[in-house]
Design a protein around this ligand. Structure first.
Ligand code: PEP
Length: 242
């Protein structure tokens, strides 16, 4: 279960969240918990999470190791401060910052080189869904994004853009249909290894819909935006089985 805080929470707010959240989920053993605060909170979060099983993630990364790239952060820098994961290809980055499949692919390869696990986001817009292009978009994003990428070190996150931050969740049937397609595509790329690749669902996940989404065969976890900003709701998502 991964929390994407996006551009939310100061350092003090990050500390307050984690200090309250850690004891609440201490008894959770069978769910991998990942939290992605903004860059400014990563260092503080890393120190607080040090003796816990909760993994730290960044929300983006650049593909070069170092150099004259003002404003950017490299995979080595993220590893250095204790990040274990990085989100790559989020639809907001593709939409507002014009990230192409090629850039996403370069970022994935650079991150794996520095032992950062990748949460690789894909998903169609409402317009694309209504035009019957969902599978075409997923096929393109997977083919291009995963060029020369091995089967290990990353998870996929299916995030239909029309469900992100809108309160309009995909139905379990819609989620399963897309996840099944993704699994089949991964099988064509990686053979049997595709069965081990986790596919997360993201898009208006809440404590109320988590159970029905997690019941889908090919939904292995979730990437949570809005509902991850409050301890109570993210803890309920993490503990959905109880
Ligand atoms: C996200 O942006 O990754 C996301 C899933 O957001 P939300 O849960 O708010 O829809």
């Amino acid at each position: 279960m991964a929390a994407n805080w996006k551009m939310n929470k100061t350092v003090a707010e990050t500390q307050a969240f984690l200090n309250e959240f850690i004891p609440v989920v201490r008894d959770v053993k069978d769910v991998e918990i990942v939290i992605a605060p903004p860059f400014t909170s990563l260092h503080t979060a890393s120190a607080i999470l040090k003796n816990t099983d909760i993994k730290l993630s960044a929300q983006d990364v650049f593909y070069e190791d170092k150099g004259a790239f003002t404003g950017e952060v490299s995979p080595a820098m993220l590893s250095d401060i204790g990040c274990k994961y990085v989100i790559i290809g989020h639809s907001e980055r593709r939409q507002y910052f014009k990230e192409t499949d090629e850039i996403v692919n370069r970022k994935i390869k650079a991150s794996l080189k520095h032992n950062l696990n990748v949460i690789f986001c894909i998903g169609e817009s409402l317009q694309e869904r209504e035009a019957g292009k969902t599978f075409e978009v997923l096929n393109r994003e997977l083919t291009e994004g995963l060029k020369d990428v091995p089967a290990e070190g990353w998870v996929a996150a299916y995030e239909p853009i029309w469900a992100i931050g809108t309160g309009r969740t995909a139905t379990p049937e819609q989620a399963q249909e897309a996840h099944k397609y993704i699994r089949e595509k991964l099988s064509s790329l990686y053979g049997m290894a595709a069965q081990e690749i986790r596919i997360l669902y993201g898009g208006s996940v809440t404590p109320d819909n988590i159970e029905s989404l997690m019941r889908c065969n090919d939904v292995d976890g979730t990437l949570v935006g809005g509902a991850s900003l409050k301890v109570d709701s993210f803890a309920k998502i993490v503990k959905y089985k109880k």
